[in-house]
Design a binder for this molecule. Structure first.
Ligand SMILES: Nc1ncnc2c1ncn2[C@@H]1O[C@H](COP(=O)(O)OP(=O)(O)OP(=O)(O)O)[C@@H](O)[C@H]1O
Length: 338
């Protein structure tokens, strides 16, 4: 359901730009690791343009949520930059930063955890206007709540109800309404549809797509589900152990994956069976994801890669167009159709 034209025309300036972003957590204690640093995001560059949907995929623990949390300011980058329309979030004066925080909203996997159970839907939405005054005049709040609920497919009478009175899909609609209340330019969706069953998931994806079409909102769409990302995104970035290993237009990455990790992920995604006509052999990844506390030398994927050679141990591959259809961080990318 994405717009093919957008995938090709990346002309405007970036709305969001991550420049060599590193985000590390310092461990507090236990097992002699106190003070050790987990580089959950280990040098990521990525951009999202206005009205675009960029997917970020990878196994659990590869750093996707840390990227989301860094973008919205819940954790601070250790180095590198998060730029919004060219402005560095780390160096902006507090007042400008507040305005900018309004432009970027986060929608989580578990809407129940992010919705205060003691507030009605109307108050949850109005709270956003209390935090960011000046968006909607107070005398229009009730009217605007009704219009937002309508926008996300809920009814006016839902305004007076509490989060526990809704289904999972409806709660995610409330989260989206609350995010939209501050008129964001970018919504970071962190596994936003992962907890929903298939039919509700499709409804929420269609809603996000509709909002993009009507309001021009852009998405950074984080998911471990390659089928969902294929459905909604224009571009896709594949992450492994804190780094992007392959990035490009969705059609290019899905039809011509070049990194052995991307190939393995795609081959193992059951939700893509319809799309690929059942033609792909599953590539089984051996071993576990290494700890980001002590990542392998050279290529981080080499300990699980069936194509690894000595060079992969000695030299870290950078993200480059290597005669592949799009940039890939691999010394030995595969270019034949898989
Ligand atoms: N607060 C924290 N303190 C220490 N380490 C953390 C913290 N949060 C995350 N990590 C570690 O950082 C790495 C990346 O975690 P992150 O949650 O960003 O990955 P993810 O790809 O979003 O995974 P998931 O889909 O399971 O949430 C993991 O190794 C995780 O254990």
């Amino acid at each position: 359901m994405s717009t093919p034209a957008l995938a090709e025309s990346r002309t405007g300036p970036p709305l969001l730009e991550l420049v060599d972003l590193v985000t590390a957590y310092r461990l507090r204690g236990g097992l002699g690791r106190a003070g050790a640093e987990v580089r959950a995001v280990a040098g990521v560059s990525l951009d999202v343009r206005a009205g675009e949907t960029v997917g970020l995929v990878g196994e659990s623990g590869c750093g996707k949520s840390t990227i989301a949390r860094t973008i919205v300011g819940l954790v601070r980058p250790s180095s590198g930059q998060v730029l919004f329309e060219g402005r560095d979030l780390a160096t902006l004066p507090a007042k400008e930063l507040r305005g900018l925080r309004q432009d970027i909203q986060l929608v989580f996997q578990d809407p129940y955890a992010s919705l205060n159970p003691r507030m009605t839907v109307a108050n949850l939405i109005k709270e956003a206007w209390r935090i960011h005054p000046g968006i909607v005049p107070r005398d229009r709040w009730d009217e605007e709540v009704r219009s937002l609920l309508d926008r996300v497919g809920l009814r006016p009478e839902h305004a007076g109800r509490y989060p526990h009175q809704f289904s999972g899909g409806q709660r995610q609609r409330i989260s989206i309404a609350r995010a939209l209340a501050v008129r964001p330019r970018l919504i970071v969706c962190d596994e936003a549809v992962s907890a929903l069953d298939v039919s509700v998931r499709a409804q929420i994806l269609n809603l996000l797509e509709e909002l993009r079409r009507d309001l021009g909102v852009a998405y950074l769409f984080i998911s471990h589900d390659l089928g969902v990302v294929h459905h909604i995104c224009d571009r896709v970035a594949v992450m492994y152990l804190g780094k992007i290993v392959e990035i490009g237009a969705k059609e290019s990455v899905y039809l011509r994956p070049s990194h052995p990790y991307t190939r393995a992920l795609l081959s193992a995604a059951p939700s893509l069976d319809d799309w690929r006509d059942g033609g792909r052999q599953e590539i089984v990844l051996s071993g576990d994801v290494p700890s980001p506390l002590n990542p392998p030398s050279g290529c981080r994927f080499r300990t699980r890669c069936r194509l690894a050679q000595d060079r992969c141990r000695d030299e870290e591959p950078v993200l480059l167009d290597r005669g592949t259809a799009h940039p890939v961080a691999c010394h030995f990318p595969e270019t034949d159709p898989s």
